[in-house]
Design a protein around this ligand. Structure first.
Ligand code: MTE
Ligand code: MO
Length: 444
């Protein structure tokens, strides 16, 4: 295992890497390149490996033989009325950090980003965050109340809401605590734990603007309190400008009704904003003349600065990016061609450019954006190159359409200190050792 180096300067780290790679004899390196790395990624995060994989491969199933499954009949239709992933994919699951919270009902699980392709997060893998567990809600008994500073207070059934013309939009959702365990130093040895409080789904519902027009917002109506029907009554204040701009009241996710974990039967989506403003199990919207910050709002989110003051209303999830291949769960197993891939996102709009550095930010090369490039959605980037066992300090740096450049860790710490839990969007570093293993390091 490569040594984990924390808070070292770029030059020191590059020197150290060079020394480590000289330490590997030519023969070791040749052996490694021929063999590849046998450790399975799941081992890195302590998961069980399906026995068929762990026990190796049966040569009877390999060419020129006809594999066993081609000589038998498989199961027929509707054996699984609702389809599930292959049993061989059982390690691709959400995971938690056990020491993070005392209770699972007020905890967070994380998306296995290293395993995902494209930009859509499958519904069963979307990270979950609850303050009082998942309520079981009969949609026939669910109501959305819209009241306060409006001309006509309204109560909607689910059928009422689904009669409105619908919109479907692909948007990322990120908890502002994403990366929060890394403010003071690198400690999580998995992409799932450094960046996994992040997802991107196609959401279907009604723009909140349409419902507000139905109710008629009074001129003094400036803020909206959104409240959930869970035991936490989770609530957040949202400025009317956002509500009239792109806030969605959604009942579907990736083509089907919301999952219970994501707020079934109804939730808010505030594109590009702190995940906590996207209230799940949405039951009440109250229009008022000021934020409920000191009144009903149950969750108060602030970012503690070095001088003891705190930022509040830091709603926007700033431009961020991370390399998802290679990463600690996906070490490099073979020399030669390699596709460096990752995800970039910005709460302000579209990703315009992503650059890659192999030397800890000394020099940069542009990556390709691939597939759909959409505002406030995950954007996949790629760079095809070669790896012949040379050590790398791999970084990605995203720039969005407003010109915002993702900051270095040093720049972010200079402005925000290290006391905060939230909004850590700095450039992330993976150290790739000569044996292809990848570890989480910080450069200051
Ligand atoms: N009603 C309610 N809404 C909620 C929460 C909650 O606990 N209760 N958690 C919030 C937080 S902190 C986040 S980050 C997002 C997470 O959404 P997800 O669980 O669908 O990923 O939901 C938000 N909405
Ligand atoms: Mo969150």
């Amino acid at each position: 295992m490569p040594r984990i180096i924390r808070n070292t300067s770029t030059r020191e780290m590059l020197t150290q890497l060079a020394r480590e790679s000289e330490g590997l004899s030519q023969r070791d390196r040749r052996d490694f390149l021929r063999r590849g790395i046998t450790a399975l990624s799941a081992a890195a995060v302590g998961a069980a490996v399906p026995s068929a994989l762990a026990e190796g491969v049966d040569p009877a199933n390999l060419p020129p033989n006809e594999p066993g499954w081609s000589r038998r009949l498989g199961h027929g239709v509707v054996e699984n009325p609702y389809g599930m992933p292959s049993a061989f994919e059982q390690d691709v699951v959400r995971r938690t950090v056990p020491w993070l919270t005392a209770e699972s009902i007020s905890s967070i699980s994380m998306t296995p980003l290293a395993e995902l392709k494209g930009i859509i997060t499958p519904s069963g893998l979307v990270f979950e965050r609850y303050h009082a567990g998942v309520p079981v809600i009969n949609p026939d008994e669910h109501r959305l109340i819209l009241h306060g500073l409006v001309d006509r207070p309204l109560i909607f059934t689910m059928d009422d809401l689904m009669r409105f013309p619908s919109v479907s939009e692909i948007k990322f959702l990120e908890c502002p605590a994403n990366g929060g365990m890394e403010w003071k130093g690198a400690q999580m040895e998995a992409l799932q734990f450094t960046h996994g409080m992040l997802s991107c789904c196609e959401w279907t519902g009604v723009p909140l603007r349409v419902l507000l027009e139905e109710a008629g917002v009074k001129p003094e109506g400036k803020w909206i309190l959104a409240e959930g029907a869970d035991g936490a009554h989770m609530s957040r204040s949202i400025p009317i400008e956002k509500a009239l701009d792109d806030t969605l009241v959604v009942y579907a996710q990736n083509g089907e009704r919301l999952r219970p974990e994501q707020g079934y039967p109804l939730r808010l989506i505030n594109p590009g904003w702190e995940g906590n403003t996207s209230i799940k199990w949405l039951r009440r919207l109250e229009v008022g003349d000021q934020p409920w910050y000191h009144r009903e709002e149950t969750s108060k989110y602030t970012d503690l600065l070095a001088n003891g003051k705190a930022r509040k209303f830091s709603f926007v999830q700033e431009t961020n990016s991370v390399i998802t291949h290679p990463c600690p769960e996906k070490p490099i197993r073979q020399s030669g061609f390699i596709e460096i891939e990752g995800l970039a996102w910005s709460g302000r709009g579209m990703i315009k450019q992503v650059d890659i550095s192999f030397d800890g930010g000394v020099s940069w090369v542009p990556a390709q954006l691939k597939g759909l490039v959409l505002p406030k959605a995950l954007t996949r980037f790629s760079l095809v190159t070669r790896w012949e066992g040379q050590p790398w300090l791999l970084q990605a740096r995203a720039i969005d359409e407003t010109g915002y450049v993702q900051p270095t860790l040093r720049q972010l710490r200079e402005v925000r200190g290290t006391n905060s839990i939230y909004h850590k969007n700095s450039i992330h570093t993976w150290k790739v050792a000569s044996n292809g293993e990848v570890s989480n390091v910080q450069i200051t």
